[in-house]
Design a protein around this ligand. Sequence first.
Ligand code: ADP
Ligand code: 5GP
Length: 192
Amino acid sequence: MSKKIEYGKLIVIVAPSGTGKSTMIKRLKLDFPSLVESVSFTTRPMRSGEVHGESYFFIGREEFLEKKEADEFLEWAEVHGNFYGTSKLFVEQSLHEGKHLLFDLDVQGTDSIKQYFGEKANVIFISPPSVEELEKRLRNRGTENTKVINLRLMNAHKELLRKNDFDFLIYNDDIEHAYKRLTEITAKILAD
Ligand code: ADP
Ligand code: 5GP
């Protein structure tokens, strides 16, 4: 981006895979219709139930690398063996239109967004109650094979080391309790 844009609020949700981030984001978008989610590009295979253009834009590695070369990503990262990237054009246009943006990113992407937008980016880290519970949730979700689950769990240990580095921390033990806290934080960010 050529210059920093000062409209709209930015909320970044970051959590180890399987914590409950997508579950909470889905509800949050219904309760806060003014929030617009930044739909990322990814090379990860589509899960059953996911929708191209809603969950992600699912593209091949070659196309992803072409976009990267063309500088189309505000940030991108390799996460659990796949590429993920945020559309620069979408963020730029949405902020110009005064929209509040919601991002679902890993810690690398979160660091990039924070570096770019500084205090304007409000980062909420969601932590599972324990790694054991995280493993249960990943296995019960049933969307990844054992090898991928193990990779995600290994990465979770590293991501959890960063849990105190951001603006807000929520433990997703009881979903209703955690979600209520998320709505309180979101309402405060949007009102400030
Ligand atoms: P993420 O998007 O962080 O990878 P999901 O939202 O897909 O995680 O949640 C992973 C699994 O855990 C899903 O099956 C979801 O229904 C379940 N889940 C989410 N929050 C809780 C919770 N507080 N207690 C038990 N299960 C949960
Ligand atoms: P999943 O494959 O479970 O949907 O996502 C895996 C991880 O990639 C999650 O931590 C998610 O937040 C992260 N992620 C999703 N989109 C992006 C993105 O555009 N950039 C970055 N850096 N991470 C992303």
